[in-house]
Ligand binder design. Structure first.
Ligand code: GLC
Length: 687
């Protein structure tokens, strides 16, 4: 390769669109565009990189008029299924759709831990636990790359809040970081070898993630031996020196030119190379890593493939929604009786289901049912819309309950809604929030007076069920006055059908919470978010003092009872756990039997937890398995703990102290059913 060809591989640019109205001559006319483009080397058979967002489907942010793609449910719903096979299937589906459009890189693999329930992007991430997130992300990445499309893991690392993310310094104890967010990346990378890792916008412990030699050179490429390439986020490369810290490719280069006065890996990097500040070995390494991933995934060997089976992909979206819906509370009103008088209230349930906004928003087949502009400050404001996917819960309920009298009320006035509630046997209130990239929602309340609406309706009719379609936990001041509560997340293009099937009892809910629902923000590590609401561009620092004690680990450490715990979820049947047997030595191996004690088939997700460690409290999810059982059926489950979950990370080494390790099998992080203890010997290991 010539030096020009080498340097061309190091810069990704955006196409001309509503968001970026300037055409970049590095993109040949007629190139199918989405998020980014990197020229290839045609004379050597090195294809150009054509990049599209993201984990929830192939996006079309104004480039391909009329083009649509399968709009998957939120990643939180996928994680709530605790079903790795489903995650792999979802990766295969979006990769087939990406490939059919000529995109050979999917900017999927969002894996940041949901540390903060205000984070507007949590719907694109998976959970608060590194094992669950690592496994589910790995399966999606494997599914994507099996289809010959490069996947990514992002945003490396600790991009757990959105407020002024370009100027945020995320501070954490380095060892605790290895036991939490970095462990999620480590598990996903070792299991799936994503072709690329995308660095985050924020700083970590004082250095920008894209310029962070500890994160990229020492941990990612050194300790973990990662052989792919590190790309930046769009406009996330603050200078050419990022190349020395381990960044291999600058993406969204035009934004860098805007934010930092020049592209980082253009003339400035070239000048550094010419005067020896950028060693030739480093330039070769940058290029080799990109080429290695291209060839490892095979984007240079593409053969024609059949058109994607969109009906099959809709079925995958439906399965994720069905298995991701979490029945939080049910005092008997669900499943609905066939011939009831039902009032359906609010949430635009007559039009469709909400989706998250930002770079991961997918235009579904047939287009959105509605796009209601929400707006707001800064760049994120332009992306902030209530996107309604055309899957109406109301229509779907009417199909499934043909003998019921179902009336709709828009829920815009409690007084009106109360009249509808009084006329009904049962009331289903849909409650929504618009969440998305670039925004941390200041509190956990439902907007637009929905809390007051629910309270008024529940006071008028105690047989009220609330269906939440949100991208995060919410507070529920009305919780004790409603009969049932269902968390449906952003349920994707088949979400209305899945919700109706669960409400009508056609589908037995089996979702389990992938993140804790606090009573209120006072229970969280940061009731006040630093610099929340500060003007765009205000530098801020968040000290993630909870360290590795994220989510359920935090509630265990602080002795707090959350409103709904990690791993919680009810069923229309019942399950029991029996005969726990555990062995120790190198790690914990636990076997137990799960029995369906009810009168209908259902799926359960028994979870194995470490509940303490020698001399200290410690709560860690050690394993889980989704088990589908007929009434009366039993299944023996065996789970083997990853030793890193039993260890502490201490200055470059995982260490297991000798002694007793109590474990428990539970239906959630707090609902522990069977307990045992194993003796473990002292161990120290690197990976
Ligand atoms: C966005 C996001 C990133 C996305 C990229 C390309 O700002 O942070 O997740 O892949 O830019 O759209």
């Amino acid at each position: 390769m010539t030096d020009d060809e080498r340097f061309a591989l190091l810069v990704g640019v955006m196409g001309k669109s509503e968001l970026w109205p300037l055409r970049d001559e590095r993109i040949p006319e007629g190139t199918p565009m989405s998020a980014g483009y990197v020229p290839g080397v045609p004379r050597l058979g090195v294809p150009a990189l054509k990049m599209s967002d993201a984990s929830l489907g192939v996006t079309n942010p104004g480039f391909r008029p009329g083009d649509t793609a399968t709009a998957l449910p939120a990643s939180l719903a996928l994680a709530a299924s605790f079903n790795p096979a489903l995650s792999r299937a979802s990766g295969q589906a979006i990769a087939r759709e990406a490939r059919s459009r000529g995109f050979n890189v999917l900017l999927a693999g969002g894996i940041n831990l949901a540390r903060d329930p205000r984070n507007g992007r949590n719907f694109e991430y998976l959970s608060e636990d590194p094992l669950l997130s690592g496994i589910m992300a790995a399966e999606s990445i494997i599914g994507i790359q099996q289809e010959g499309v490069i996947s990514t893991a992002k945003h490396y690392c600790l991009n757990c809040n959105e407020t002024n993310r370009h100027w945020l310094d995320a501070v954490i104890d380095p060892d605790a970081h290895r036991e939490s967010d970095l462990l999620a990346f480590e598990i996903a990378i070792e299991r799936a070898q994503p072709g690329a890792v995308m660095t985050a916008y924020n700083k970590v412990n004082g250095d920008y993630a894209a310029a962070n030699t500890v994160l990229i050179n020492d941990v990612l490429k050194g300790a973990w031996g990662y052989r792919g390439w590190a790309m930046s986020d769009w406009g996330g490369t603050p200078g050419w020196e990022c190349a020395l810290a381990g960044l291999d490719q600058e993406c969204g280069a035009q934004i860098d030119a805007l934010l930092w006065q020049s592209e980082a890996f253009g003339d400035r990097l070239r000048a550094a190379y010419l005067d020896g500040r950028l060693p030739k070995e480093r330039l070769s390494d940058m290029v080799r890593r990109i080429l290695r991933s291209m060839f490892a995934v095979g984007i240079d060997q593409w053969e024609p493939v059949s058109a994607p089976d969109m009906a099959a992909h809709n079925e995958i979206a439906l399965q994720i929604a069905r298995q991701g819906i979490v029945l939080l509370q049910n005092r008997g009103v669900l499943p609905l009786k066939a011939a009831a008088r039902i009032a359906v209230i609010g949430g635009y349930a007559q039009r469709g289901v909400p989706a998250g906004c930002g770079s991961s928003a997918v235009v579904p087949p047939g287009g959105y049912a509605e796009v209601i502009p929400i707006g707001g400050p800064g760049l994120a404001g332009g992306l902030r819309n209530l996107h309604l996917l055309p899957s109406s819960p109301l229509d779907e309920m009417r199909k499934r309950l043909p003998h019921a009298q179902i009336e709709f009320d828009p829920g815009i006035s409690p007084a009106e809604a109360v009249l509808a509630a009084r006329r009904a046997d049962v009331v289903i209130v849909f409650a929504i929030r618009v969440e998305g990239e670039g925004v941390d929602i200041p509190d956990l309340s439902l907007p637009w007076g929905q809390d007051a609406l629910i309270a008024a309706v529940a006071a008028a009719n105690p047989n009220t069920a609330v269906v939440l379609e949100t991208g995060n936990p919410v507070v529920m001041p009305w919780r004790d006055s409603v009969n049932a509560i269902v968390q449906a997340w952003y349920p994707g293009q088949a979400g209305g059908q899945a919700i109706a099937e669960v409400l009508a009892g056609e589908v037995n809910p089996s979702g389990r919470l992938p993140l804790t629902f606090p009573v209120d923000l006072g229970q969280t590590p940061r009731p006040q978010l630093p610099e929340l609401g500060a003007p765009w561009g205000t530098p801020s620092t968040i000290h993630y003092c909870e360290g590795a004690e994220v989510g359920y680990r935090w509630y265990a450490r602080t002795g707090q009872a959350p409103m709904f715990a990690f791993g919680h979820g009810l069923s229309y049947t019942g399950f029991e756990y029996r005969e726990l047997a555990v062995t120790g030595e190198d790690t914990v191996i636990a076997s137990f039997t799960v029995v369906n004690t009810g009168d209908r088939a259902g799926a359960d997700v028994p979870q194995l937890y470490l509940t303490a460690a020698p001399g200290e409290p410690r709560s860690r999810l050690l394993g889980f398995e989704r088990v589908e059982l007929e009434p009366g059926q039993a299944r023996r489950v065996t789970l083997r703990a990853d030793p890193r979950l039993l260890a502490r990370y201490d200055a470059g080494c995982w260490r297991i102290e000798p002694g007793g390790y109590p474990v428990a099998v539970g239906a959630s992080a707090v609902d522990l059913k069977l307990a045992a203890e194993v003796e473990l010997a002292r161990r120290a290991f690197r990976r």
